[in-house]
Design a protein around this ligand. Structure first.
Ligand SMILES: Nc1ncnc2c1ncn2[C@@H]1O[C@H](COP(=O)(O)OP(=O)(O)OP(=O)(O)O)[C@@H](O)[C@H]1O
Length: 507
C-alpha cells in the first residue's frame, strides 16, 4: 500500500473549500483543510458547492462532478433524469440516516476507520497521514446553500427491495402508556416519563399494544391508511381497539441497526415531553424487524400543506399568528422547561401539524438532542442535521448546536408563514430564490404588503406585519448572539397579537 500520489485538487466556494488527493489506493478527502473520513460529511459539504453552482454535476472537471453524481447521490437525491443540475431531497439528515448504514470500510493496514466514504472505488489508502489542503475557515451562509426540493420520497434502496417483507409472526410486545388526556400547561415541569424504553417491563398504563395489535390497527399497514412518509419511515393512521385514533410511525427496515440509537433517542425524548403544542408519544415498540412509534394523531395535515392551499382553506392572518405563537411556546418548552434542555433541530413547516381548530403541534423529534446541561456549557457538538433552508449558518460552520439554532429556523418559518413561500424556491428568478433575502429586500423597501401570501385576502395592518417581519429577521440573524431567546420570541408574538387585536377593533 504505497498509495503514491497521483492527482490532487481543491475547490473553493465562497469561503469554503473541499479538496482531495487521489492516490494509487484511493482518495483522501478534505473539507476546509480537515481530513474527512465519512462519506456523509463530505457529501454534505459538497452539497453547498453544487447548490451554489461552484460545481456542476455535468462537469467532468477534476472528477468533482463525478464524485457528486456517483457517490453523493443519496445525500443529494440527485435525479439525473429529472434535472441535470438539481439537488433533490430537502433534508440532509435523511440522507445521513441512509448513508450511516453503509458498512464501515476498515483498512486492514491502518487504524483509520472509514465509514464507507465513497464506496469501494474511493476507499482510503492505508497508512495515510492527513494532508493539508488550503483551508478556509468560514462557511457559506446557510441561506444560500439550500435549493433542495422535496423529492426524498422517491429514493430507491435496492437493498431494501431485496429484503423480505416483515414477518407478522413476531411475538407480541407491549407498548404501554397512560390514557391521560389533560393538556399540560406550557411551563409546567414535566411528569416522569410514562413510557418505558423496555416496554415489557412497563405495565403501568392502560394502553398495551403488541405488534399484532398494531398490525390490526393499521389493517396490516394498509396503503389506504398511509398518512405520509418521512426520513424515518412511513406514517399510518391507526385505530386502536378502544377506538382511539393514532399515528403509527414505522421505521424503514434499512434504517435498522445503526439507527437504533436515533430511534431510541426519539422515543426517550418524546416520552418525557408533555405540552399541548407538541405531538404526544403514546407508545413505542422495538422488536425483531419492527421499530414502531405510536403518537397522537393530528388530523388536519401539515402547516406546509395549508400554506400550499391543499386543504381548501386559506389560513387567515389570525390563524397564522396563533400557529406562530404555538410553535414558539412549544420550542420554549423544549428549551427551558423539559426535563433537560432539548433542541429540536428540525423546525420546519412540514413538521408542524394542525388540529381541526388550526392550532399547531410540533412533531418529529427524531433529531432532537439534549442540549447543554453543564453549567457554563453553551452548546453541544454534533454532526449537522436538520433541513436545508432552515439550518442555522453558525451550526453549519461550527457543528455546535444551541437552542438558538431553533430560533434561526423559527425565523425562517415565520417568513414562510407570512409569505407562504418555502425557504428556498428554485423555480423563481434568482433574486427571489432565497425567500429570506427577497423578504429582507422588500422589507427594506417598505413593501411589506407584497411580502404577504397573495392568497391572504385580508388587509392586515402593516405595522403588525412589520413587527412580525422584524422579529423574523431578528431570529434569523446570522450570528447567534444577535438572536433572541425563544422565550422572548413568544413574548414578542404575544405583544404583536395584542396589537393585531387592537388594529381590528379600531377598524
Ligand atoms: N402525528 C401525526 N398525525 C397525523 N399525520 C402525521 C403525524 N405524523 C406524521 N404525519 C404525516 O406523515 C408525514 C410524514 O411524517 P414524518 O414526521 O415521518 O416525516 P416528515 O416530517 O415529512 O419528514 P422528515 O422525517 O424527513 O422530517 C407528515 O408529513 C404528515 O403528513
Amino acid at each position: 500500500g504505497g498509495g503514491g500520489l497521483v492527482w490532487g485538487s481543491s475547490r473553493s466556494c465562497g469561503v469554503d473549500s473541499v479538496g482531495y488527493l487521489k492516490t494509487e489506493d484511493g482518495y483522501l478527502m478534505f473539507v476546509n483543510g480537515e481530513r474527512i473520513d465519512d462519506r456523509v460529511s463530505l457529501c454534505e459539504a459538497l452539497a453547498a458547492f453544487f447548490v451554489n453552482k461552484c460545481l456542476e454535476f455535468d462537469s467532468p472537471v477534476e472528477d468533482w462532478g463525478e464524485i457528486g453524481r456517483r457517490y453523493c447521490y443519496e445525500v443529494f437525491k440527485y435525479d439525473a433524469k429529472l434535472d441535470r443540475n438539481a439537488i433533490f431531497g430537502d433534508t440532509i439528515h435523511m440522507a445521513r440516516r441512509k448513508l450511516l448504514l453503509l458498512p464501515p470500510v476498515v483498512s486492514p493496514n491502518s487504524d483509520t476507520r472509514v465509514d464507507g466514504i465513497i464506496g469501494h472505488e474511493l476507499s482510503f489508502p492505508p497508512k495515510k497521514k492527513a494532508l493539508a489542503v488550503p483551508a478556509v475557515v468560514l462557511l457559506c451562509c446557510v441561506i444560500i446553500c439550500p435549493c433542495f426540493r422535496a423529492r426524498k420520497k422517491e429514493s430507491i434502496d435496492p437493498e431494501s427491495l431485496a429484503r423480505k417483507p416483515i414477518s407478522h409472526s413476531i411475538s407480541p410486545l407491549d407498548v404501554t402508556s397512560l390514557p391521560e388526556k389533560n393538556l399540560a400547561t406550557p411551563h409546567k415541569a414535566p411528569s416522569s416519563p410514562r413510557f418505558s424504553l423496555s416496554p415489557p417491563q412497563n405495565k403501568i398504563g392502560s394502553l398495551q399494544l403488541s405488534i399484532s395489535q398494531i398490525i390490526k390497527a393499521t389493517q396490516n399497514f394498509s396503503p389506504s391508511l398511509k398518512l405520509g412518509e418521512g426520513g424515518f419511515g412511513t406514517v399510518y393512521k391507526g385505530v386502536l381497539h378502544d377506538g382511539e385514533v393514532v399515528a403509527i410511525k414505522r421505521a424503514k427496515m434499512e434504517h435498522f441497526g445503526t439507527l437504533r440509537d436515533e430511534f431510541s433517542s426519539e422515543v426517550e425524548l418524546l416520552a418525557k415531553i408533555e405540552h399541548r403544542s407538541l405531538v404526544r408519544l403514546l407508545g413505542y415498540t422495538e422488536k425483531g424487524n419492527e421499530r414502531i412509534i405510536v403518537t397522537e394523531y393530528v388530523s388536519n395535515g401539515t402547516l406546509r400543506e395549508h400554506l400550499d392551499g391543499l386543504h381548501g382553506h386559506i389560513l387567515d392572518f389570525n390563524q397564522r399568528l396563533e400557529i406562530a405563537i404555538d410553535v414558539a411556546h412549544a420550542l420554549t418548552y423544549l428549551h427551558l422547561y423539559a426535563e433537560k434542555p432539548i433542541i429540536h433541530r428540525d423546525v420546519k413547516a412540514s413538521n408542524i401539524l394542525l388540529t381541526e381548530s388550526f392550532r399547531a403541534k410540533v412533531s418529529d423529534f427524531g433529531f432532537a438532542r439534549i442540549g447543554p446541561t453543564e453549567a457554563g456549557q453553551t452548546h453541544i457538538s454534533t454532526g449537522v442535521k436538520g433541513t436545508a433552508g432552515y439550518l442555522d449558518p453558525e451550526y453549519l460552520r461550527t457543528y455546535q448546536v444551541t437552542p438558538k439554532s431553533d430560533v434561526f429556523s423559527f425565523g425562517i418559518l415565520l417568513i414562510e408563514i407570512l409569505s407562504a413561500r418555502r425557504p428556498v424556491e428554485m423555480k423563481r428568478c434568482i433574486q427571489e430564490r432565497i425567500t429570506i433575502r427577497w423578504a429582507f429586500k422588500k422589507f427594506n423597501e417598505g413593501n411589506v404588503r407584497e411580502l404577504l401570501d397573495p392568497k391572504l385576502q385580508e388587509d392586515v395592518n402593516p405595522e403588525v406585519v412589520t413587527k412580525m417581519l422584524s422579529l423574523a429577521f431578528h431570529c434569523a440573524a446570522p450570528t447567534r448572539a444577535n438572536r433572541p431567546l425563544m422565550k422572548e420570541v413568544g413574548e414578542q408574538l404575544w405583544e404583536i397579537r395584542k396589537d393585531f387585536g387592537k388594529s381590528l377593533r379600531s377598524e
